[in-house]
Design a protein around this ligand. Structure first.
Ligand code: PMP
Length: 438
């Protein structure tokens, strides 16, 4: 046995790229809505490990489904043979996503490969070579999905001459209004970006990694109308905020969108690697867009997917996420009376962001160090959460949808205390130096 801590062994072995570490937490387990760290202390999980822990940890339905499929079917590949869990999951997904005409489902392992697949099938099926997406959007880390993203996390990416990045209108910092963004799009269509060359627009109906931004009412619908007029397909990236998280089954429903393609990931696998694209048959079945992966749609991950969708329905998680989310948002908003640092509390259901500011009148974001200190102190006090935003100034709360009323009270109390302690200078720059990602 090594004398080193789990964190030290991780640092000595696992590549640094792709780590977003915001606190000293290292895990030996999880149970319900709690994470268990090395040493045995348990913490309230307000991050849902950034999405996959949609039902918390060790949900009996997921455990049972995975155990049975590992025993009976592990190793079977959807490439060669149909398997029951994959086909059942495809049937379920078609039943919960709207659309006319024949549609088909593609399975992958991550949000990244699903958006990448969407890019490739759209290129092949439409014969168009350009895409529209947003500054601040994050769609993945493969060349196609990263190519259509607009996030500061992307540094080493391929050139992407065909991608038009628009500002995502932010009601809290309305640097670009919805009208201005639509006017910019019209101008681009008339000048440098002929719409008949554009295959699709990729939309996060609630921008998550870019800062938990709820778009202004009507903006996305107006964007959809303009695009559809030119035959541009509408893709919704529901990877982070889909499947009951926002108090509706799908986040795009809040915006009244009628998408052509739907991308799911994270929570759909209940912790197992699983992602999905649903779209029209004529796009998804386009043969040149060969998109095979040997273990995609494997029976273990798709069994977990079936268990997640069943639990969402049977446990009423759509309604629950709306109700518990409102309670949580209200609790956090009430903290604004005590903590000047809280500029805005926003989101939908159990996707909640707390925008931290230096000054409420200017809405200038706090330094990332301040955000990191609140997360660090939150960890010490017993809760795990993270941050998002291009300025790293937005606390992100994406807990399991199974969060209880009592856990909301506990979580809000910890955030309250963490803010008070940071404001009283109880956390130093040195404490958080190694957790600063931006
Ligand atoms: N799309 C969105 C909206 C995301 O938030 C993320 C990850 N944060 C991805 C895609 C990529 O998913 P993954 O990390 O599973 O590849």
């Amino acid at each position: 046995m090594s004398n080193l801590s789990l964190r030290e062994r991780d640092a000595a072995t696992i590549a640094q790229i792709g780590k977003l570490r915001f606190s000293p937490l290292s895990l030996i387990g999880g149970k319900g809505n709690r994470l268990i760290e090395e040493g045995g202390r348990s913490l309230l999980d307000l991050s849902g490990s950034a999405g996959p822990a949609i039902l918390g940890y060790g949900h009996p339905a997921v455990v049972e489904a995975v155990e049975a499929s590992i025993r009976d079917m592990a190793g079977a590949s959807l490439l060669l043979y149909p398997n029951e869990p994959a086909v059942s999951l495809a049937e379920r997904l078609l039943a919960i996503t709207p659309g006319n005409g024949e549609r088909r489902v593609w399975f992958g392992h991550s949000g990244s490969d699903a958006n990448d697949c969407a890019v490739r099938v759209l290129l092949a099926a439409t014969g168009r070579s350009r895409f529209i997406s947003f500054i601040g959007s994050y769609h993945g880390n493969l060349s196609g999905s990263m190519g259509i993203s607009g996030h500061t996390a992307m540094t080493h990416t391929l050139p992407r001459p065909g991608v038009l990045l628009l500002p995502y209108p932010d009601p809290y910092r309305p640097q670009f209004s919805a009208e201005a963004v639509l006017a910019l799009l019209d101008y681009q269509f008339e000048t440098t970006c002929p719409p008949h060359q554009v295959a699709a627009v990729f939309i996060e109906p609630l921008m998550s990694d870019g800062g938990l931004i709820v778009p202004p009412p009507g903006f996305l619908r107006a964007l959809q109308e303009r695009c559809r007029k030119h035959g541009i397909r509408i893709v919704v990236d529901e990877v982070k905020v889909g499947l009951a998280r926002t108090g509706m089954m799908h986040c795009f429903q809040h915006e009244g969108l009628t998408p052509d393609l739907f991308v799911f990931g994270k929570g759909i696998g209940g912790g197992l690697p699983l992602s999905v694209v649903v779209g029209p048959k004529e796009i998804m079945d386009h043969a040149p867009a060969f998109a095979l992966q040997t273990t995609a749609g494997n029976p273990v991950a798709t069994s977990a997917g079936n268990a997640v969708l069943k639990a969402i329905e049977e446990e009423g998680l759509v309604e629950r996420s709306a109700r518990i989310g409102a309670l949580f948002s209200d609790g956090l908003r009430a903290l604004g009376a005590k903590h000047e640092i809280i500029g805005d509390v926003r989101g939908r259901g159990l996707a909640i962001g707390v925008d931290l500011v230096k000054d409420r009148s200017t809405r200038e974001p706090v330094a990332a160090t301040t955000t990191a200190k609140i997360i660090y102190r939150g960890y010490e006090l017993g809760a795990a959460f993270t941050y998002v935003g291009l300025k790293a100034n937005v606390l992100e709360f994406m807990p399991p949808l199974t969060l209880t009323e009592d856990e909301v009270t506990e979580g809000v109390a910890i955030v309250d205390q963490a803010m008070a302690d940071v404001s009283a200078g109880k956390v130093s720059d040195a404490d958080v130096a190694s957790f600063m990602m931006w």
